[in-house]
Design a binder for this molecule. Structure first.
Ligand code: FMN
Length: 364
């Protein structure tokens, strides 16, 4: 069924404007009669942030921004789903066009700017899931016009904690002016203190909700020292490394589209994202786990991410170019790596190459 849908949809989706194609993909997932995903090989299962995932492959934030299809995504075989970014108030985001495919590079540039139906619509959908199960994280962000952005994060944590497997504090989108300044040490310390405090306040009713911090791959290593130090001292449960990059690697083939403003993702992001993941891993010293995102489009890049320090991985742009078959391809590659290594869990791979990756020349 999934293979059939995929083969049917991909040529059509690629012929469309990228944002129309995305809208159609969400509609198809809403209405396609997907069977439950087959059970994963138990060697792919992990326990991370106190959550049990059947496999380490998640879909990254930005695909299901309004929590419309989390259960369909779980049925496609993802081990976990991150919905959002969700803002408190509905907002339209930036004017179109704002989403571009770099076909020759297998990359994407987006400057969507947190188009969001707002928390109310998403909360209703998530509450309606009831006890549907599966790990569904909620990625939250501030409204562009908000007078108090920290307060936006606090209220979203309070409101979503009861329906979220985890909450991601997204301060790394390049498309909301000034948002990434929340990564600066003095601001970040206050933000995380208040966010963790909010989580504790609602925990008696909502239960424990891991709080993750999603960072930009464009931080300097000095800034990364600060961010990891604060994340550790404020006791966040994990970090996601990372978001899209504002950098444009010099070897991009789609020179004209590469000039579009926004965040670059997909294959061209892999070297930088993987390096920043490894740099984060060595600084975190095992205190909390990491989710690795950025440029995964094969079994080999998925395994490299885990070996650079990711306990879990997330994909988005790779699905655009490789289709849904990517999920099974990654699972098979991970199982093969386990066989080759005589392991029966992925634990041994996590961070195995982190030190080596940080010793490589800085990626261009
Ligand atoms: C079209 C698009 C929209 C995105 N929207 C969000 C978002 O709302 N919130 C967020 O934290 N990340 C967002 N991202 C970033 C992804 O979650 C991910 O971190 C990034 O794309 C790197 O992974 P990839 O190379 O596999 O795409 C978006 C990415 C794309 C391509």
């Amino acid at each position: 069924m999934i293979g059939f849908l995929d083969r049917l949809a991909r040529p059509l989706l690629h012929a469309l404007d990228p944002e129309d194609a995305h809208g159609l993909a969400i509609k198809m997932l809403k209405f396609a009669p997907l069977p439950p995903a087959p059970r994963d090989d138990k060697r792919l299962a992990l326990r991370v942030f106190g959550l049990n995932v059947p496999n380490p492959i998640g879909i990254a934030a930005g695909f299901d921004k309004n929590a419309e299809v989390p259960d369909a995504l779980l049925r496609l075989g993802f081990g976990f789903v991150e919905v959002g970014t969700i803002t408190p108030e509905p907002q339209p985001g930036n004017p179109r066009p704002r989403l571009f495919r770099l076909d020759a590079d297998h990359g994407v540039i987006n400057r969507l700017g947190f188009n969001s139906q707002g928390y109310d619509a998403a909360l209703k959908r998530l509450a309606a899931r009831g006890s549907a199960g599966g790990v569904v994280g909620i990625n939250v962000g501030a409204n562009k016009e908000s007078a108090d952005r920290v307060a936006d994060y606090v209220q979203l944590i309070e409101r979503f904690a009861a329906v979220a497997s985890y909450v991601t504090v997204n301060i790394s989108s390049p498309n909301t002016p000034g948002l990434r300044n929340l990564q600066q040490a003095s601001v970040l310390d206050d933000l995380l203190a208040r966010v963790v405090d909010a989580r504790e306040r609602v925990a008696p009713n909502a239960g424990p909700t891991p709080v993750l911090l999603k960072i930009a791959p464009d931080l300097s290593l000095g800034d990364l020292d600060d961010v990891v130090g604060i994340a550790r001292s404020r006791r966040v449960d994990g970090m996601i490394v990372g978001n899209t990059t504002v950098a444009r690697p010099p070897n991009l083939l789609e020179k004209v589209i590469a000039k579009e403003a926004g965040g670059l993702s997909g294959r061209p992001l892999f070297p930088l994202a993987n390096r920043m993941l490894a740099e984060t891993y060595v600084r975190v010293e095992g205190v909390f786990p990491l989710i690795g995102a950025g440029g995964i489009d094969s079994g080999a890049t998925a395994l490299a991410k885990i070996r650079a320090g990711a306990s879990l991985i997330q994909v988005y742009s790779g699905l655009v170019f490789r289709g849904l078959g990517l999920i099974a391809e990654i699972k098979n590659a991970l199982l093969e790596a386990l066989e080759d290594d005589g392991q029966d869990t992925l634990e041994e791979f996590i961070g195995a190459d982190a030190a080596a990756v940080t010793a490589e020349p800085w990626p261009k």
